[in-house]
Design a protein around this ligand. Sequence first.
Ligand SMILES: *[C@@H]1O[C@H](CO)[C@@H](O)[C@H](O)[C@H]1NC(C)=O
Ligand SMILES: *[C@@H]1O[C@H](CO)[C@@H](O)[C@H](O)[C@H]1NC(C)=O
Ligand SMILES: *[C@@H]1O[C@H](CO)[C@@H](O)[C@H](O)[C@H]1NC(C)=O
Ligand SMILES: *[C@@H]1O[C@H](CO)[C@@H](O)[C@H](O)[C@H]1NC(C)=O
Length: 163
Amino acid sequence: MVSPVWLLLSLAIIFSSTVSAFSGNFKLTNMTVFSPSQSSANSTEGSYVEFNFGDEDTAQIGPIHCCVQWAVNASPPTTWPGSCDNDTFAVLVSSWNGVQDLTLDLQHTYIDNSVGEYPYNVLTKFANLSLAYPSTQYYDCDMSKAECQGSSAITAVVTSSTA
Ligand SMILES: *[C@@H]1O[C@H](CO)[C@@H](O)[C@H](O)[C@H]1NC(C)=O
Ligand SMILES: *[C@@H]1O[C@H](CO)[C@@H](O)[C@H](O)[C@H]1NC(C)=O
Ligand SMILES: *[C@@H]1O[C@H](CO)[C@@H](O)[C@H](O)[C@H]1NC(C)=O
Ligand SMILES: *[C@@H]1O[C@H](CO)[C@@H](O)[C@H](O)[C@H]1NC(C)=O
C-alpha cells in the first residue's frame, strides 16, 4: 500500500518542477498594429496586431509570424491557439485601449533537456509586454491613421516559466 506521506512527497516533487531555468527573452520584430476604425469612425475594417516572434533561447528556429485580428466593434480574441504560425508560440492581446495602449501576453513552449528528464523536459516561458505610444521604445505610431510600427526589435522580458 502507498503511504500518504509518500504521496505528499510525490506531489511536492511534481510541483517543485516549476523552474526558473531560462535566460533568454523574447524579441518581437516587424511589429505592426493597425486599427482603422480608431481614426475613421466610418471604417468597417477590423484591427490587427502582427509581428515576428523570436526567442533568444531558440535562435535556431528563427522568428515565427504571429497575427491576431478582430472585427470592427469587436474585442480582441480571448483564446491563444492559432495566433502564431508555429503553435509552440502564442500571443493574446490581453488589454486593448487602442493602438497607443495595449498589452500582449506571450508564451513559447519547447523541449529543454536542462530542466528535467522526459516527460518533464517541456519548458514554457511567459512574458507580458505593454505597448504604449510614445513611451515604449521602438514603438512608433501615426495616430492620424491609427497605425503603429516597430522601428527596431522590441524586447519582451520573460518573467516566469513552467516545466
Ligand atoms: C521584417 O520585414 C521585412 C520586410 O517585410 C523583411 O525583409 C525582414 O526580413 C523582416 N525582419 C524580421 C526580423 O522578421
Ligand atoms: C460617416 O458617416 C456619416 C453618417 O453616417 C456621414 O455623415 C459622414 O459623411 C461619413 N464620413 C466619412 C468620412 O465618410
Ligand atoms: C516549431 O517550434 C518548435 C520549437 O518551439 C520547433 O521544435 C519546431 O521544429 C517548429 N516547427 C516548425 C514546423 O517549424
Ligand atoms: C500576464 O498577465 C496576465 C493577465 O493578463 C496574468 O494572468 C499573467 O500571470 C501575467 N504573466 C506574466 C508572465 O507576468
